[in-house]
Structure formats: C-alpha cells, structure tokens
Design a protein around this ligand. Structure first.
Ligand code: UD2
Length: 317
C-alpha cells in the first residue's frame, strides 16, 4: 500500500476503526486530524504511539492544509452526524459537513493528495418506493444532514471531473459497533439500545419501531474504506456501504433482550422529523468494483458490540 495516510475524524467511532485497520495492514505513517468535538482521544488509546495525532479543525483551512499535503490517501470521516441534530441546529452541521469537506478537498487538490475517500450517507436516498436502494436512484434528501452529505459527495465528483483529484464516496448505511458514543441525544440508535439493555432500562423508540435499517458493522465499513482506497478506475464514483439486509428497530431490541436474557418493554414516542422509513443497500456495485463483501452478520456484529459495551461500562476497556 501507498505510504502516507490522513484520517480526518480519526478519533471518532468510524475514523478510529479505519486507523486500526490501516495499522493492521502495516501502514507506517498515519496522520489523524480531529478537533475532538465528537471524537475522543480514548478511541485511539491502543494505537496512540503508532500514529501522528493532530488536534485540528477541518473548518480551518490553514490548520489542515499542511497536514494533508502529499498524502497518498485521505479518509475524510470528520463530520457532524445526526439527522435530528441538523434539524435542531443546522448551522454547525452545515459548516462542518459542507464547508469543512470543501476545505479537505481544496487541501487535497492543492497538496496533490493521491485520493480522497469520503464518508457519504445512505440518508441521501430519502424515502424511495423501491428497496433495496441502488446508486442509480435519484437522491431525495429529507433533512439538512442528508443534503449536506450529498453536497459533499457532489463536490467529490466535481473534484474528480474538473481537477482530476481521485475521489470515491461511500454511502454508509447506519454503522454500529464498539466505540460509538451512546451518551448524546443524537447517538446512533443501536448504541443507545446497548446502553439501555445493559442498564436494564427501557429505550424510547420513535414511531412504531417497524422502521428498518441496513445496520452495518464498523469493521466491515473500515474494510470497505481500505478497498476503496486501492480500487482502480473508480474515481468520481459513489458506492453503497451496507450489508444488503434490513432490520426493524423492534427486531433489534428483541435480539438484545434475547442476548441478555431479559424482558423489557420499550417506550414508544412520536416519530422523529426527517426520519426515513426503510433503508436497505443494494451491494452489487461495491462487490463488483471494490471487491467488497461484508463479513459480519447482524447477530455477530451485535454480539461483539454488546460485549464491548459491557466491558466499557465496567471500566474494563
Ligand atoms: C442516518 C443515516 C445513516 C447515517 C446516520 C448518521 C438513514 C437511513 N441513515 O441514520 O446512514 O448517515 O444518519 O447520523 O438516513 N431512534 C429511536 N430511538 C432512539 C434513537 C433513534 O427510535 O433513541 C430511531 C430513529 O427515529 C430512526 C432510527 O432509530 O428511525 C435510526 O436513527 P439513528 O439516529 O440511529 O440513525 P438514522 O437512521 O437517522
């Protein structure tokens, strides 16, 4: 593999998984850019001495440009996630997700980086009549967050077409796994479910719980990123990063109760604004062009994740 990697948002849940995967593959020079707004240095505890951690903000071009210059691959994971956060407070998510992404792309072009692999989102599809969702569908973003992530993807396409900067966008489908922060009101639903079941508390499900997601284990997403970094003839393209399955929230909570051997009825609240009803990835293009095949079934991913949260809650990890 090429030698100099940059991971923006590398102290975050997904970014730190990419960092660990790169190290496992023998990468020697990894620069992590993170302002620790939602990332945590503890996510990098085990690898801290093997990487170059730079506390820097993608919204500050002068700060990040020298760090990106000459990179072989930039994995751009830094973002302000969450559909509801972008609805309640659209300004910071606009600044980070659109202007920050612009800065990363500008720095990649001016610094002659080899390739940018961009963390796009399945939210770009919105509610489609047909499942699974395939890349040829017209995007229908339903929230500021979905639109912002889509703009980043379009920018990647333009950077490739106009400036010849290699870019690949990966539309992540509801990533879950160890290190996802369960403590924010904007946390991913499975991290909240994990904490609830381990603390023997009822979670709140927004809506009837029959909405479905193609929950994707973080190690599969990290593996997909490494493949996207290397694949030939994919510049300017975007690919689904999902499993191809579809699990309802009621099913996910039922599985967690079963794994823990408890019975806790969830609370049901009103549906959330901006929510997509169903989400499921067509994985054909990623398999064909990136040779990607997810390795973790939902149950296996959930078991591993639950064990990680158990250890973490007990202060053992
Ligand atoms: C969207 C994207 C996902 C990723 C993510 C980043 C879709 C389909 N997915 O995830 O790919 O970009 O944004 O933030 O657009 N919920 C509850 N109780 C809770 C928390 C959530 O019922 O305590 C529900 C929520 O209303 C939704 C589902 O769980 O129906 C998933 O919510 P989420 O915030 O985990 O992720 P989502 O689908 O907005």
């Amino acid at each position: 593999m090429a030698e100099h990697y940059v991971v923006t948002g590398g102290a975050g849940f997904i970014g730190s998984a990419i960092v660990r995967s790169l190290l496992r593959e023998g990468a020697r020079r990894i620069v992590v850019i993170d302002n620790l707004l939602t990332g945590r240095e503890s996510n990098l505890d085990q690898v801290r001495t093997s990487i170059d951690f730079q506390r820097a903000d993608i919204c500050n071009y002068q700060e990040i440009a020298p760090l990106i210059r000459g990179a072989s691959v930039v994995f751009h994971e830094a973002a302000l996630a969450s559909v509801p956060r972008s609805i309640h407070d659209p300004i910071p998510s606009h600044d980070i997700n659109i202007n920050g992404t612009f800065n990363v792309l500008r720095a990649a072009r001016e610094g002659q980086a080899g390739r940018v692999v961009y963390a796009a989102s399945s939210s770009a599809y919105g509610d489609t009549e047909v499942l699974p969702k395939v890349e040829s569908m017209t995007p229908r973003p339903r929230s500021p967050y979905a639109l912002q992530k889509l703009v980043g993807e379009y920018y990647c396409g333009i950077w490739s077409g106009v400036y010849g900067v290699e870019t690949v966008s990966l539309r992540y489908f509801n990533v879950y796994g160890p290190r996802q922060d369960p403590t924010s009101p904007y946390s991913g639903v499975l991290s909240v479910f994990m904490k609830s079941v381990l603390e023997r508390r009822a979670p709140t499900i927004f809506g009837d719980g029959e909405q479905s997601r193609d929950f994707t284990y973080v190690e599969d997403v990290a593996a997909l990123n490494l493949k996207a970094a290397r694949a030939p003839n994919v510049s300017g393209r975007f690919y689904n990063g999902g499993n191809g399955g579809r699990i309802t929230l009621n099913q996910a909570w039922a599985l967690l109760q079963e794994l823990e051997g408890v019975e806790i009825a969830p609370n049901y609240g009103p549906p959330r604004a901006g929510d997509v009803r169903d989400s499921q990835a067509d994985t054909t293009a990623a398999a064909r062009d990136l040779q990607h095949s997810p390795q973790y079934s939902f149950e296996e991913g959930m078991r591993r994740t639950l064990e990680w949260y158990r250890a973490d809650l007990q202060g053992g990890s």
